[in-house]
Design a binder for this molecule. Sequence first.
Ligand code: NAP
Length: 247
Amino acid sequence: MKTRILILGGTGDSARLIPQLSALPNVETIASLAGRTPKPNIPSVGQVRMGGFGGVEGLVNYLKTEKIDLLIDMSHPFAAQITRNASIAAQEAGIPRLLFCRPAWEQVEGDRWIMAADLDAAAALFPGLADRVFLTIGRQELGAFARVADCWFLMRMITPPDLAELPTGDVLLDQGPFDLVKETKILQDYAIGAIVSKNSGGNAAYAKIIAARTLGIPIVMIPRPLLPESEVVSEISAVVQWVQRQL
Ligand code: NAP
């Protein structure tokens, strides 16, 4: 009998992990993607499913129906809802769960970070901090900035926004990884005075942090949400070792 592993993913990390798990003897992988982006990180091997499960109950049903043996949560560090659901569902289904969380970015010399508890607190900093702002927070929570007066926003996201009320400014559709030369050019071309970023960690979105450091531009940084108590690893190799211990 093969060990069936559900990987909550869609991240580049999950796409890199899955071929390594598939190479283990008697292992079958199923990658689960939220299905929000037009060009998702589809792993090169194993099964793939798309879309929500229908809350905790739906996920428990899925784990039982599909006879899942292990659950690996490699969702985005800010995708707290699916992580909470996974924690409860794995307990209810009685299967082991591992949370992969890539390390958060740390401030280094030259960085001008302003910590904001959440996006509402970040929005309250404008236009005082700057009147031309680069929002790199995705599309779902742009509403927090919609009522900021006397400010212009460059809003980068993967798919177009579907909010009734958008902040004043331009939408830039793009998907990482982003490179330093282009990030620097964006900050200069749009005369950006501040960036708002979630502390996603990882390399794919780090170039803007370096570009801001070089140009002396402040970054309003949103810390990660609280996640349920979990066994956590931050390296792909540690996920593979965890699976090997479970087999
Ligand atoms: P979420 O709030 O944790 O999840 C919302 C719902 O989406 C879940 O309850 C689940 O629906 C479904 N879902 C999420 N991930 C799934 C997966 N891997 N497989 C199946 N269903 C999944 O996550 P989110 O809505 O994706 O994002 C929340 C925050 O994270 C946002 O702030 C977003 O900007 C950020 N994020 C950023 C990136 C990025 O690349 N920068 C990527 C993802 C998320 P059911 O309850 O129906 O199961």
